[in-house]
Design a protein around this ligand. Structure first.
Ligand code: ADP
Ligand code: MG
Length: 626
């Protein structure tokens, strides 16, 4: 005796169906994922029941998903041996929107549909997505409790029917009568491509026309000890569509405060610096082995986009839309836990095998620097991971800030750094002179971005990070008694105080607006002069980058005012003081040249034409002209 009843869809459901049927066209493939995800979910639920309940109906059935295609009848059928649904459940689950039924969700969906149809693909539309491809959908289902089976039928237009159906096995079978323009979904190649893309890690066999097609299992859910290197490597290649072997791999799970399983890989190559353009985030977010966000931009910070792998958290709701992932509080927590864990892992790797870590740093250090300048949250961890060359390191072998701190002199309060285009350029320049003299290590920041990085980091292990081109740099505290004595002895050749004051005020007057101040240097050893920055947040290297970007935008590249420090003990400066009295106009040429030279040593821009012409005039005098 079959009794057929007809039911109206709930109002929200009708609206959703309307959107799905009429606009979800471009992202059609997602319906397969949604249905497989539901089937896998039903299998997971059944597995749980069969473990906890004493008796289950049709216990002998293998847990699997079958997809059957009929090219002649234009049908696609997805069958699972999961938990199934009884009559009441069919009505409740397939007639209303349970989880996603909030009006905010509907608004968002409707808005997205209006703006850009492809946007709605980002909303998990669940079971109703079947109507994207099917004109008529039949759902035959029988619950694990063994109660009578039923068939649910609808064309998505406003109502559905439910009738008893005899002879069903446990689980759910969804038969879709494909629309005329969706007949491809009855073709094996088409469906196989989609299923492989979305559901390869579904932990149940997926059979397509009788063949199991999902060969890769949910590797990350297995315990580490059982997984071979080869399996890890295959998995990496599969999910990362990579051909190389991973450089690092981190597989971990946590139970509290969040249930997370993560398997992350660092590739061997950095394709971004190889010129392939910005890479897409390579970590997929799973919830109970069901993919909910491929290439997730939310599960890790943007600067970890080079990682490949999987994050699986049972705590995430399976039906969450990709759009709402971005500001999901739970996901923010997951992101933090995983990021910290990964950075800790890198630090461990650096301790265990410093050489391999340097290899990583050379390829991927740029991302960590990006993290330091864009993300305050992980500064402490990132500070441990950065590497720079220094006056004590070998060329090409950068060191950790911790190694610097370990070697710091007694009394030394800060970590010092100076930017330059190369080791040689830095070592020939004025900024390192006093460091060499006082035997203080100084970091060399060879990349333009480095000063931003250190300025953002601002301190490490309680020690301030200070650029050596800062105007207020004071190294006297870290001088030993002998060094203090040696320094005071050197002050033999000096100008009278009066002459000094005259020279300094004349220099300021002749250089005019080019400098904020002219100051007697306490730290230059042999160079006659150098440029320093009165603004403690700006180094010359940062200035250079910002000026360049202003020029690029067609804005005036105004330079902030610099101080010129002069070395009174330098013979050139002393003779300049005399020259200023005898031939002021030539002295002014020399002063301008000294300023330009100091600017060049600071890596800053000077006007090359003016400079070269002036330089020839000075040379003319030097070879005996007038
Ligand atoms: P969601 O999966 O986010 O809950 P869906 O629209 O995909 O939303 O599915 C609605 C509900 O229908 C599910 O929560 C589940 O209870 C039920 N359901 C869907 N497909 C199946 C299935 N294959 N077996 C058992 N129950 C199912
Ligand atoms: Mg679903």
């Amino acid at each position: 005796m079959t009794q057929t009843t007809t039911h109206e869809f709930q109002a929200e459901t009708r609206r959703l169906l309307d959107i799905v049927i009429h606009s979800l066209y471009t992202e059609r493939d997602i319906f397969v994922r949604e249905l497989i995800s539901n089937a896998a979910d039903a299998l997971e639920k059944f597995r749980h029941e069969s473990l906890t309940a004493g008796e289950v109906f049709d216990a002998h059935l293998p847990l699997e998903i079958s997809i059957d295609l009929d090219e002649e009848k234009h049908t696609m059928t997805i069958t699972d041996t999961g938990i199934g649904m009884n009559r009441h459940e069919l009505e409740a689950n397939l007639g209303t929107i349970a989880h996603s039924g909030s009006s905010a969700f509907m608004e968002g969906l409707a808005e997205a549909a209006k703006k850009d149809v492809s946007l709605i693909g980002q909303f998990g539309v669940g079971f109703y997505a079947a109507f994207m491809a099917a004109g008529k959908v039949r759902v035959q289902s029988r619950s694990w409790d063994g109660s009578e089976g039923h068939e649910w039928v609808s064309d998505g237009a406003g109502s559905y029917t439910i009738a008893e159906s005899a002879g069903l096995h446990r689980g759910t079978r969804i038969i879709m009568e494909l629309k005329d323009d969706a007949h491809d979904y009855a073709k094996k190649w088409k469906v196989e491509g989609i299923v492989k893309q979305y559901s390869s890690f579904v932990p149940f066999p997926i059979k397509l026309a009788g063949d199991t097609i999902n060969t890769v299992s949910a590797l990350w859910t297995r315990s580490k000890g059982e997984i071979t290197d080869q399996e890890y490597s295959d998995f990496y290649k599969f999910i990362g569509t990579a051909h190389d072997e991973p450089l690092y791999r981190l597989h971990f799970s946590a139970d509290a405060p969040l249930a997370i399983k993560a398997l992350l890989f660092v590739p061997k190559e950095n394709f971004e610096i190889m010129g392939f353009g910005r890479v897409e985030s390579g970590v997929n977010l799973y919830c109970q082995r069901i993919l909910i966000d491929q290439h997730s931009e939310s599960v890790l910070p943007e600067w970890l986009r080079f990682l490949k792998g999987v994050v699986d958290s049972e705590d995430m709701p399976l039906n969450i839309s990709r759009q709402s992932l971005q500001d999901n509080a739970l996901l923010a927590k997951i992101r933090k836990v995983i990021t910290k864990r990964f950075l800790k892992f890198l630090d461990e790797q650096a301790q265990e095998n410093p050489e391999a870590y340097l290899g990583f740093w050379k390829s991927f250090g740029i991302y960590l620097k990006e993290g330091l300048t864009s993300d305050y949250e992980f500064q402490k961890e990132l500070g441990k991971l950065v590497r720079f060359e220094s006056s004590r390191s070998e060329a090409g072998t950068p060191i950790a800030l911790a190694a610097y701190v370990e070697r710091m002199k007694e009394g030394q309060e800060a970590i010092y750094y100076i930017n330059g285009s190369s080791r040689a350029a830095i070592e020939a320049g004025p900024y390192v002179e006093s460091f060499t003299q006082k035997n203080i290590e100084i970091l060399y920041t060879l990349e333009p971005i480095d000063d931003f990085v250190l300025s953002h980091l601002s301190e490490f292990d309680g020690k301030k990070l200070i650029s050596a081109d800062r105007a207020d740099l004071d190294l006297s505290k870290s001088e030993t008694v002998e060094e203090k004595e040696a320094a005071s002895k050197k002050e033999g050749a000096q100008l009278e105080d009066g002459d000094k004051a005259v020279l300094i005020s004349w220099l300021k007057a002749t250089l005019g607006d080019k400098v904020a101040a002219v100051i007697e240097s306490k730290r230059l050893v042999s160079s006659p002069a150098m440029i320093v920055n009165p603004d403690s947040y700006m180094t010359s290297s940062m200035e250079r980058i910002m000026a360049a970007s202003r020029r690029e935008k067609g804005q005036e590249a105004a330079q902030s005012k610099k101080n010129l420090e002069i070395n009174i003990a330098s013979p050139l400066i002393q003779r300049l003081a005399a020259l200023q009295k005898s031939d002021e106009s030539f002295a002014a040429e020399v002063a301008a040249q000294i300023y330009d030279n100091a600017m060049i040593q600071a890596g800053l821009v000077v006007d090359p034409l003016t400079m070269v012409e002036r330089n020839y005039r000075i040379l003319g005098r030097a070879v005996g002209g007038s």
